[in-house]
Ligand binder design. Structure first.
Ligand SMILES: [Zn+2]
Ligand SMILES: [Zn+2]
Length: 804
């Protein structure tokens, strides 16, 4: 077992284990009266620590991570306040134990002894067995082997089971970059005996890369043709796995672009300079979709490869990792690893060990790839850096993008953060010169941005037209799109909450007067509450802004929308995609595939449908109620809304046809909505950052969220309140500067009951990061003993994203 201890402990290594006890190996050690598994973090511990115990055994035949990672693990554990052993355990691939077996071998001394011992002695028999079973599973009881190990006669180690080979590589044929195929030049010159040569080239030219096997089925003489044109230097053969996208289409490994555009060239040059000088720098690569960010990543990675250094490419989700893998393998070949939670334990382990051994140059993965155990890390790239998916919401809670920057800093290497709608925090850092801003404002394929129309829903509901879900514009838009044989996507966000409290006449929402957050309507005791500071009011009957009796809690979900669509367009095929309809594994892919194959006309759902998928036949995207996102009880609600609308809008008009986006809202004047309509990041940013500064939210302050959970309602509440009082008290007795810290709460969490637990939370705000941590250190000393009585647990979320 891995113990949840915050400190590290020192042990001595018996002589026989000295060579195998390397940094990065797991060991079994005595811990009190138990045995525990630990990791070797350091080899030269100062001796003056009194009597030390010995380690029992080394569990790994080779280190699981390089010494370089140790300081990073230490920083993570400290900053995110999580026991280091459990942090490392969570970083390592699962299934480590099942993947290796124990074996023993004789040391030179052991061989000497064996020759001298009498064959009747048990020790001799043991040594003899070990000699005969070298590299085989150790099938002897531990008490027979252990004494010999301690004497330094044998070495016990873990060996890895031999797995099967890597992903299946196939042969692909393509026109060599820069070469002129005869058909492409329009001068198909069929040589004698090959009348199909023009057709053969037509296929190769338009598809950029074709499986050799596919060519064989299509052209009987393909072997001859391929061979002939490879010899002429027009075609080339390369190996790559067959990678399919979510909807089952094969990704064609892309050809090498001959030239970079100006904006790409500049960005790449800046990164290459830092790679050459081996210095730390954060680059914020702000480029709209289609501006060619991926090509910049690729070339920077290739540059690092030439320096024999490895790169990490983080992507926010697995679907993107799969896509990127296909792309990068066609360029970098076999030296690419992937690492994410959709792999089996066995595959994760294999990929991990390839990285440890330096057998790959690049890993592409979701946030867990942050810990990639490369021996010579040279570059980190965080793609779509604004995505909230980089924040891990289960323990250990961390922000992979932020942590990636720290890792780069420790290694003195550059890191690239790429996005079309960068996080407010990242832009703030760029403007204050902590990051270098690299701008790529132009779309390479010059496709126009979709036309966005904002519909004011107040004018609809008030007029009693019953247009609550669908405005007449959206209805007409849908009818028009369907009549043209095009497809539409409808987006209804209801993450966590499917209700919003507002005035249907003027759109006024009720907000906390301390925190400027949307108040959440608690139905059971009919009150509106702020879950940052605990401010509560009775829901007013009349609107404080317009004085009319229009205050109402609106709640509607995807089921209701589906019903309405089906009755409006009985002929069309409507499919709903949300967490309820995709509980079954593979259902998401099935729905996307149907939609991709145009077997579905209208796809509606939650933000699941907004992620990077490319459906060229979609020409209309509708946002049912942007207010759900705006009314989200979170200081990042504006940022979320802007990014979401930009992303949703980007789904429209990705093919030849121009796209259209219709946004329905009760708050059409909101800056996030207006800026999204105008594709205007700058205006959005200026508004947002002014508000954050006024209200002291990040990036102008640091936050920590303390979550208190318990099985019993009263007990949990009492303890939360007690902890809150103690924390306030600490502020009063602390030195002058602790007065800058603010403690908000305790308040009941918006999701006041989750998985049977009652939940409370306390928010701590500080202008300075180190001050916050010093204060939390003290606070932990005070509240840890309070928790000892059992039943209630407390976790700390540093730089929290979700306070639900
Ligand atoms: Zn009103
Ligand atoms: Zn508040």
């Amino acid at each position: 077992m891995t113990l949840s201890v915050a400190q590290t402990y020192a042990y001595t290594v018996p002589a026989g284990l000295a060579s195998s006890a390397q940094v990065g190996c797991r060991v079994q050690v005595p811990f009190g009266k138990r045995k525990a598994t630990g990791y070797i973090l350091e080899n030269d511990v100062p001796e003056s620590r009194g009597e030390l115990k010995e380690i029992d055994k080394v569990l790994d035949a080779e280190p699981l991570f390089p010494p370089e990672l140790v300081p990073f693990f230490q920083w993570m554990a400290e900053y995110y306040r999580f026991p280091i052993g459990r942090l490392i355990q969570s970083a390592l691939p699962g299934g480590l134990n099942t993947r290796s077996f124990r074996t023993a071998r004789l040391t030179p001394k052991g061989r000497e002894i064996l020759a001298m011992l009498s064959p009747r002695l048990e020790e001799q028999k043991t040594l003899q067995w070990i000699k005969l079973h070298r590299g085989k599973r150790l099938a002897l009881p531990a008490d027979r082997v252990r004494p010999l190990e301690k004497k330094g006669w044998v070495i016990v180690e873990a060996l890895e089971k031999k797995g099967r080979g890597g992903p299946l590589l196939k042969k692909w044929i393509r026109v060599k970059p820069g070469a002129k195929p005869p058909a492409a030049a329009g001068r198909a010159a069929p040589s004698p005996g090959s009348p199909n040569e023009a057709e053969f080239f037509a296929r190769l030219v338009c598809e950029q890369g074709v499986l050799l096997a596919d060519l064989k089925t299509q052209f009987q003489n393909s072997a001859y043709l391929v061979d002939k044109w490879i010899k002429k230097g027009v075609l080339e053969c390369y190996q790559a796995p067959v990678v399919r996208d979510l909807v089952g289409n094969i990704f064609f490994p892309s050809p090498v672009p001959v030239e970079l555009f100006d904006q790409q060239q500049k960005a790449l040059k800046a990164v290459q300079d830092r790679l050459d000088s081996k210095t730390f720098a954060v680059f914020l690569l702000h480029g709209v979709t289609g501006s060619g960010k991926t090509e910049v990543y690729l070339r920077a990675i290739e540059h690092a490869c030439r320096q024999e250094r490895q790169s990490i490419l983080l992507v926010p989700e697995i679907a993107l990792a799969v896509y990127m893998e296909g792309l990068f393998r066609s360029r970098l070949g076999e030296r690419v690893a992937v690492y994410h939670s959709a792999l089996t334990d066995k595959e994760r382990y294999r990929q991990w060990m390839k990285m440890v051994r330096g057998e790959v140059d690049l890993v592409i993965g979701a946030r867990s790839a942050l810990f990639a155990p490369f021996p010579r890390l040279g570059l980190i790239i965080v793609d779509e850096e604004h995505e909230f998916a980089y924040k891990q919401e289960e323990a250990p809670r961390y922000q992979a993008r932020d942590a990636a920057i720290v890792r780069a800093k420790m290694r003195k290497i550059p890191v690239i953060l790429g996005s079309g709608t960068p996080a407010v925090q990242s832009v703030h850092n760029a403007l204050t010169k902590r990051y270098h801003l690299l701008s790529m404002p132009e779309r390479i394929e010059k496709r126009p941005m979709p036309i966005v129309q904002v519909i004011d829903m107040k004018t609809r509901t008030a007029a009693g037209k019953g247009e609550i879900l669908l405005s007449s514009e959206l209805k007409h838009g849908l009818a028009h799109t369907l009549a043209q044989g095009r497809q539409a996507m409808l987006f209804l966000n209801r993450r966590g909450f499917n209700r919003v409290h507002l005035c249907r006449f003027c759109g006024q929402t009720m907000r906390c007067r301390n925190c400027d957050l949307a108040l959440i309507h608690h139905l059971k005791d009919d009150c509106l509450a702020c879950h940052y500071c605990g401010y509560r009011i009775r829901p007013p009957q009349t609107c404080p802004a317009c004085g009319r009796a229009g205050m109402k809690t609106f709640g509607f979900g995807t089921e209701k929308l589906e019903e309405e669509l089906k009755s409006l367009f009985p002929e069309s095929r409507v499919v709903r995609m949300d967490r309820d309809s995709t509980r079954q594994k593979g259902e998401t892919y099935r729905i996307l595939k149907l939609f991709h194959n145009r077997e579905v006309d209208i796809l509606m759902g939650t933000q699941m449908i907004t992620k990077g998928y490319d459906f060229p036949n979609v020409t209309l995207v509708g946002v049912i109620a942007a207010d759900f996102s705006l009314g989200f009880p979170d200081f990042r609600a504006g940022e979320r809304t802007f990014q979401l609308l930009a992303q949703v809008g980007g789904r429209s008009g990705r093919g030849e046809q121009p796209g259209r986006v219709i946004i329905q809202t009760f708050n059409p004047e909101h800056y996030a909505i207006l800026s999204a309509r105008d594709h205007d990041y700058e205006t959005f940013y200026r508004h947002e950052v002014t508000l954050r500064k006024q209200l002291n939210y990040p990036p102008f302050a640091y936050l920590a969220c303390l979550r208190i959970q318990g099985n019993l309602k009263e007990e949990t509440m009492r303890l939360a309140q007690k902890i809150g009082r103690e924390m306030e008290h600490l502020l009063k007795i602390g030195p002058q500067k602790t007065k800058e810290i603010r403690v908000l709460g305790p308040v009941e969490a918006p999701l006041s009951r989750l998985k049977g637990k009652y939940r409370w939370q306390i928010l701590v705000k500080s202008k300075q990061s180190n001050l916050l941590h010093q204060y939390l250190d003290k606070a932990e000393e005070v509240f840890r003993p309070l928790l000892a009585s059992g039943g209630v647990s407390l976790s700390i979320d540093i730089d929290p994203y979700q306070m639900l």
